[in-house]
Design a protein around this ligand. Structure first.
Ligand code: AMP
Length: 113
């Protein structure tokens, strides 16, 4: 999608610190980290939000969780734990309308980060 900032990251039209990529998923450092480790994982397919998910998107969402687990292990988060967050829509606090999952860790997190 031409006006989507995360699609532009996928296309390398704007820079980001990419930590993981495969055919369907990309993960990069959040530009405004809310924890010592704050990574965003997104599908390469433009899906606006969790509210827009279709049956056929189930596999990639599952694979995002597996990628988050792998990144968490690589970043040394697995032992002490971490949080995976998806904000959906205006009331959920979503600011970027390309579905994404926040991987947060590296310190004890409050109820809301
Ligand atoms: P949300 O509020 O769930 O939509 O989260 C959007 C996240 O995207 C925020 O944590 C922002 O800091 C992050 N963000 C926005 N633009 C960029 C960017 N160009 N590179 C990395 N992270 C970004």
């Amino acid at each position: 999608m031409s006006d989507c900032i995360f699609c532009k990251i996928i296309e390398r039209e704007i820079p980001s610190a990419i930590v993981y990529e495969d055919d369907d998923i990309i993960a990069f450092e959040d530009v405004n980290p809310l924890a010592k480790v704050h990574i965003l994982l997104i599908p390469k397919k433009h899906i606006a939000s969790a509210a827009e998910l279709r049956e056929e998107d189930g596999a990639v969402i599952g694979r995002i969780y597996l990628a988050a687990k792998k990144i968490a292990e690589e970043k040394g988060l697995a032992e002490d734990g971490y949080r995976i967050v998806n904000n959906c829509g205006k009331n959920g606090g979503q600011e970027v309308f390309h579905i994404h999952f926040h991987l947060l860790g590296g310190e004890k997190l409050g109820l809301f980060v």
